[in-house]
Design a protein. Structure first.
Length: 260
């Protein structure tokens, strides 16, 4: 993975310590997982949408990074509508498929909840440099440096995997073996990428061990990771979003605590 683009790195959200972004994503996600209702998910989604204006992502970057979520959320909701638990008046029925008022409301709630949980997580971490995240995990959360640096090295390899996949496809086509059935081609190419990834991972692990990354001696960090006012403000905003979503659902009478 490469460093953030200048327009993203200079945004207000990108300058906040990644640990604060992680805390906000966890707070919002856990809150929305406590209830399945339209009101809490809608309120959280609207407030999160306002917060995303300070992420630094332009429209094209936003839609590209969140496109899988926009496809997955309606699919999850549609599945719930068609095959979820029936309750209320029957709206549509065909064979094993039945749509009732209850399943329709549940499907809408699931769709909104997936969006409200996924959007802040995707956008917040799209504005996070992997090295900054590793610095925060090691210095603020005090996680083992061996684990943190190993994870950082793996994240840095993602960009290379994309290049390797493209190069493998071109090489197979040049040898005349890239015209097989699409599923066969994907399977064989994925296996080749797996072998390449294992070899590269072994070499990388050996190199890191040789450079002392596996030592038990407490290590120093090149860049200090600070946690101050901007981080507290962002976490406070996350708490306000979670509290507003719960309060609105309780006042509207739609709060449905899943553990009851």
């Amino acid at each position: 993975m490469t460093a953030l683009m200048p327009e993203i790195r200079d945004s207000a959200v990108a300058r906040v310590n990644p640990i604060a972004k992680l805390a906000v994503a966890v707070v919002i996600s856990l809150t929305l997982l406590l209830s399945i209702d339209v009101v809490s998910a809608s309120v959280a989604l609207v407030l999160v949408g306002i917060l995303l204006f300070w992420s630094g992502l332009d429209a094209r970057q936003f839609w590209l990074r969140t496109s899988p979520l926009w496809l997955a959320a309606p699919f999850a909701g549609l599945t719930t509508v068609l095959y979820g638990e029936d309750s209320g008046a029957l709206l549509f029925e065909w064979g094993l498929v039945s749509v009732t008022e209850g399943s329709l409301g549940l499907g809408v709630s699931i769709t909104l909840r997936v969006l409200a949980i996924g959007l802040p997580s995707i956008v917040l971490f799209a504005t996070t440099d992997p090295t900054d995240l590793a610095d925060g995990l090691g210095q603020i959360l005090k996680l083992p440096s061996r684990f943190v640096l190993g994870g950082l090295a793996g994240m840095r390899m993602i960009g290379l995997f994309i290049d390797d996949w493209r190069a493998l496809g071109q090489a197979r086509r040049a040898r005349g073996v890239g015209d097989a059935h699409v599923l066969i081609r994907l399977g064989t190419q994925a296996f080749a990428l797996l072998v390449l990834a294992i070899r590269r991972g072994s070499k990388l692990a050996t190199a890191m061990e040789a450079k002392g990354f596996g030592s038990d001696i407490p290590r120093t960090w090149a860049r200090p990771s600070t946690f101050g006012g901007p981080e507290i403000v962002l976490i406070s905003i996350g708490l306000v979003i979670a509290a507003a979503a719960v309060t609105a659902a309780v006042l509207a009478g739609t709060w449905n605590f899943i553990l009851d």
